[in-house]
Design a protein around this ligand. Structure first.
Ligand code: PEP
Ligand code: MG
Length: 605
């Protein structure tokens, strides 16, 4: 490969879609819409200007409709995302406010649109949640296509790219991403966007390596620069040296080989050497992810995070909309089970239309079940939709952020009332629906024996359980070294919950990120956990690792682990006993550092 003498530059972004690719950069920009002039219009011309705006919206919407109609078969499951964008064109916040601004300030349509969009952006920027930032991106993308039509600028035509390249863009809308032709585009890098952005989701299902959120990629990369995209580690290397190229070519072929082996066996059951079958389920955030759950061999959905549908809009969704959404997922997954978690919002994962911006400590605030119990109408609407969907497959309900027994009782009471009213209306639902709670707050773990009497299953949310138990913010980089899943305190807490579950004959599942790392499996199995739920991509490697473990052995091994007093001690014992197995199942052991090829994560031993 030809390359220049320019210095190698490494950029760190968000690992959105795994895999490695090497190629030439191809920058795509939205020319002509950056500079927007302001001018005033007379009262007489106002209606004409509004008409001009409306017809730009119509043209942008028609173009999107055309994209929807010509979307290739493999992307049909994402039509829903494009449909969401179609609705945004007429959103009050964007459409209504732009017209209002034109009327009030008598300014041109472009200027009014620009003002409205920067206000929306500012509002969303004050919220730290990546979901919300993703939703702001949706609005910006929609507004850009209107702006292109208003200004007569040329729209980005990704479908017309003729070379095998790596796309570099400031941001790509789902409509643009869905036009990517796999034989032309090797990888994708953008300045904006994150893991839960729609663009990220589409990239994952196209299985092209993608690193988003690089901030300055479009400034630092020029057309035809040689670029390496490591979508597994979330890193991009510009002007790689010969040595780096050789290293990454090797990594690339290792990864492809690993992926081929892994996916060949993804549909085999997760059965241990001594014949114990475990359930390996998926965590999803959007209905369209069910396709990848099935492709990756998921036994069902262990955690459907329903916040997304509330966050991607500007007012509460109604029962009908929620029901349609849940029913789609339940029907596609049937007869496999779908665990639907009720709304887990907080000031951080807040709703622009319903959260209190003054909450000082949102993760300890009016979050999850606390919010729902305080807003019974919102809660009941969701419960009705979930119950109605339960008539179409196997649905389980999961309550988040439980910290007190009274919350379980109150939530169940509301569920029973909701079921009663559906019954009276003659609407079908599963009247034996299983009810579970998230164990993600230490008080719930400690009180698990009390909780167990009133529920059918526990779902241990280690993401928050670690955060709350070790008092380590899960998104604060400064303390990320203290965020330890194998800290003895966490292992003991999981043990307590697993023991309580066994003694009370209720199920215990782990649905935090901890479940998706093969390294943790000998310990989780040893603690008696037999259900795991994780991001769909991790399912094959986890099933493969389970097939090489022996539950009886892990049961003996756990007694040694429980004697350890530090995470380092735990790791040492773990590697001594299982280092070889973990290497065989996708970990590359190199100079005391184990690199997980499936996630790119590193664990020192
Ligand atoms: C958890 O806390 O582990 C969990 C699965 O929930 P979330 O990541 O949505 O907070
Ligand atoms: Mg949680």
């Amino acid at each position: 490969m030809d390359h220049t003498d320019e210095k190698e530059v490494r950029l760190k972004g968000i690992n959105v879609s795994p895999g490695i690719c090497i190629g030439k950069a191809y920058l795509v920009g939205k020319e002509g819409v950056d500079v927007v002039n302001k001018y005033y219009i007379s009262q007489d011309n106002l209606q004409n200007e509004i008409k001009r705006f409306k017809s730009a919206v119509k043209r942008a919407k028609d173009k999107l409709q055309e994209i929807i109609e010509t979307t290739p078969e493999e992307l049909r499951q994402h039509i829903h995302i494009l449909e969401t964008h179609k609705v945004l064109y007429k959103d009050k916040m964007l459409y209504g406010r732009t017209i209002e601004t034109m009327e009030k300030e008598l300014v041109n349509a472009e200027w009014a649109l620009k003002q409205v969009v920067s206000n929306v952006k500012r509002m969303f920027d004050n919220m730290t949640d990546p979901y919300l930032q993703g939703r702001a991106a949706d609005i910006v993308q929609v507004s850009e296509s209107i702006m292109q039509n208003l200004m007569g600028a040329k729209a980005l035509d990704i479908g017309a790219i003729r070379k095998r390249v790596i796309l570099v863009a400031s941001d790509l809308s789902p409509a643009e991403t869905s036009q990517i032709q796999l034989e032309k585009i090797k990888g994708l890098i953008t300045d904006l966007g994150g893991k839960t952005s729609h663009t990220g989701i589409i990239a994952r299902s196209l299985e092209i390596p993608a690193v988003l959120g690089l901030e300055r990629a479009t400034h630092l990369i020029k057309n035809d620069d040689i670029v390496i995209v490591d979508g597994t580690a979330g890193c991009v290397i510009v002007h790689p040296t010969d040595q780096t190229l050789v290293e990454f070519e090797e990594r690339q072929s290792n990864y492809e080989r690993y992926k081929a082996v892994i996916s060949r066996h993804s549909h085999l059951p997760a059965e241990t050497v001594d014949g114990i079958k475990l359930e390996v389920l998926a965590n999803i955030e959007l209905p369209e992810e069910v396709v990848s759950v099935i492709n990756y061999g998921g036994d069902g959905i262990g955690l459907y995070r329903t916040e997304f549908q509330y966050l991607s809009r500007l007012q509460f969704p109604d029962e009908h909309e929620l029901f349609d959404n849940y029913k789609d997922v339940v029907e596609v997954m049937a007869p496999r089970s779908v665990t639907i978690r009720t709304l887990d919002i907080s000031g951080e994962k807040g709703l622009s239309y319903a959260s209190d911006p003054d909450e000082k400590n949102p993760v300890l605030g009016l979050r999850g079940i606390r919010y729902c119990l305080k807003n019974p109408d919102v809660f009941k609407t969701q419960l009705r939709a979930i119950l109605r969907a339960s008539a179409y497959g196997r649905v389980r309900i999961l309550f988040p952020m439980i910290s007190r027994h009274e919350e379980v009782l109150a939530a169940k009471k509301l569920l029973a009332n909701t079921a009663d009213s559906l019954d009276k209306e003659g609407i079908d639902f599963d009247d034996n629906i299983e009810v579970g709670i998230m164990i993600e707050v230490p008080s719930a773990a400690i009180m698990a024996d009390v909780m167990a009497k009133d529920i059918d299953f526990f779902s241990i949310g280690t993401n928050d359980l670690i955060q709350y138990s070790l008092a380590v913010d899960r998104v604060n980089r400064q303390v990320s070294h203290l965020y330890q899943s194998l800290n003895p305190a966490i292992i003991r807490m999981i043990k307590h919950v697993a023991d309580v579950a066994k003694n009370n004959n209720v199920e215990a599942c782990i649905c935090g990120e901890m479940a998706s790392d093969p390294m943790n499996l000998p310990i989780l199995l040893g603690l008696g956990i037999d259900r795991l739920s994780m991001n769909p991509q991790s399912i094959p490697i986890i099933k493969k690792t389970i097939r090489s473990l022996n539950v009886k052995d892990t049961g003996l091994f756990i007694t040694d682990i429980l004697k350890e007093t530090s995470e380092t001690g735990v790791m040492k014992i773990l590697m001594g006993a299982y280092g070889n197995i973990l290497q065989d199942t996708g970990y590359k052991h190199d100079k005391g550092v184990l690199t997980n090829l499936s996630t790119g994560g590193e664990n020192s031993i």
